[in-house]
Design a protein around this ligand. Structure first.
Ligand SMILES: NC(=O)C1=CN([C@@H]2O[C@H](COP(=O)(O)OP(=O)(O)OC[C@H]3O[C@@H](n4cnc5c(N)ncnc54)[C@H](O)[C@@H]3O)[C@@H](O)[C@H]2O)C=CC1
Length: 301
């Protein structure tokens, strides 16, 4: 194959922007589309775009990601994250194209004391997690070459994310209360993009390289939200950006519309074993994203 043509759905999102910024242009032609040209809720829009772009592979980075808001918009969350994801996967399958589909750590209830394996029982605590879980099932049923990649705690220089929120709040406050009893894997959208391109390139080399299934794909290492915030402020302060004192609190002290899993750490060894892909440690990636945010004052955007 000369150049692999990849359709990326969800253009404005963190992962889609990271994909657009890092596509290896000599080997991959990335066509990144979002609304209004590609609205994945609209099967006609998917059909038109897939016919016009004729992709060899599809990446679904479009999603309804407002975790708390999903509790009051369950139909919309389900439409985007489940039904639409299935239709996109089916449209790819009709062309013989694999789909790389992103999912979430929030498919788990967080009661396991250790990092979750792909074989562990799923049991989402809220609407968002349930809609993403149904999306996994629909995508897998609709495309025999579906690679479902569960990631977590995504941050980047773009869009809405925890790192930007911390810097924005620290710009005006000296102290910040952050929960310390939820543990997970902070994951840079840039690292997700690099991993997705690595898998796509394996397919470009060898069409038999796709191993379908569910894979965990997060930054290496782990943190609580409070530890993540502390690291963000340490890097920011060293780079001359805003920082604040972190007051470690419990989830009970910070109620939200959706319950979050106390433990959402994912074991990523299956991805390493099958695709040879492992994401860097979250601290090194946090450093580069926060330094960029400080350089560009990007937290205010
Ligand atoms: N942000 C996070 O912390 C986490 C994200 N994920 C998953 O990773 C993937 C990427 O997440 P992010 O890039 O952070 O999300 P994001 O919210 O930054 O981007 C999602 C994009 O999808 C677009 N979109 C929504 N509905 C659409 C539709 N009907 N048609 C076309 N585009 C539509 C939005 O406009 C947005 O640009 C998603 O599948 C998400 O569920 C998983 C775990 C954590």
């Amino acid at each position: 194959m000369s150049r692999l043509k990849v359709l990326v759905a969800g253009r404005g999102g963190q992962v889609a922007r990271a994909l657009a910024a890092s596509a290896p242009a000599d080997r991959i032609q990335a066509v990144c589309l979002g609304r209004p040209e590609l609205d994945i809720r609209d099967a006609g829009s998917i059909a038109r775009v897939v016919e016009a772009t004729a992709p060899h592979l599809v990446i679904n980075a479009a999603a309804y990601t407002a975790v708390d808001q999903a509790e009051s918009e369950p139909d919309e969350a389900r439409l985007v994250n489940a039904a639409a994801a299935g239709v996109l996967a089916q449209a790819a399958a009709a062309r013989g194209a694999p789909i790389l589909h992103l999912s979430t750590d929030y498919v788990f209830n967080g009661e396991k004391p250790d990092p979750y394996l792909e074989t562990d029982t799923v049991n989402p605590l809220g609407v968002y997690g349930r809609s993403k879980l149904e999306g996994e099932q629909r995508v897998a049923q609709s495309n025999p070459q579906a690679v479902i990649l569960r990631t977590a705690w995504v941050y980047s220089p773009w869009g809405k994310n925890f790192a930007k929120t911390m810097l924005r709040v620290a710009d005006t406050r000296d102290e910040l209360a952050v929960v310390h009893d939820q543990r997970g894997n902070p994951t840079s959208a840039n690292d997700i993009a690099a991993a997705l391109w690595a898998i796509a390139l394996q397919y470009a080399e060898n069409p038999k390289a796709i191993v379908p299934g569910v894979f965990h794909m997060t930054g290496a290492g782990e943190a609580s939200w409070a530890e993540f915030a502390e690291e963000i402020f340490a890097v920011s302060s060293a780079a001359g950006g805003p920082s604040a004192q972190v007051k470690r609190i419990t989830t009970a002290e910070y109620p939200t519309p959706t319950r979050r899993p106390a433990n959402s750490r994912l074991d990523c060894s299956h991805l390493a074993a099958i695709y040879g892909v492992a994401l860097p440690d979250w601290r090194s990636s946090t450093r580069s994203v926060v330094e960029e945010l400080v350089r560009t004052k990007g937290w205010s955007a």
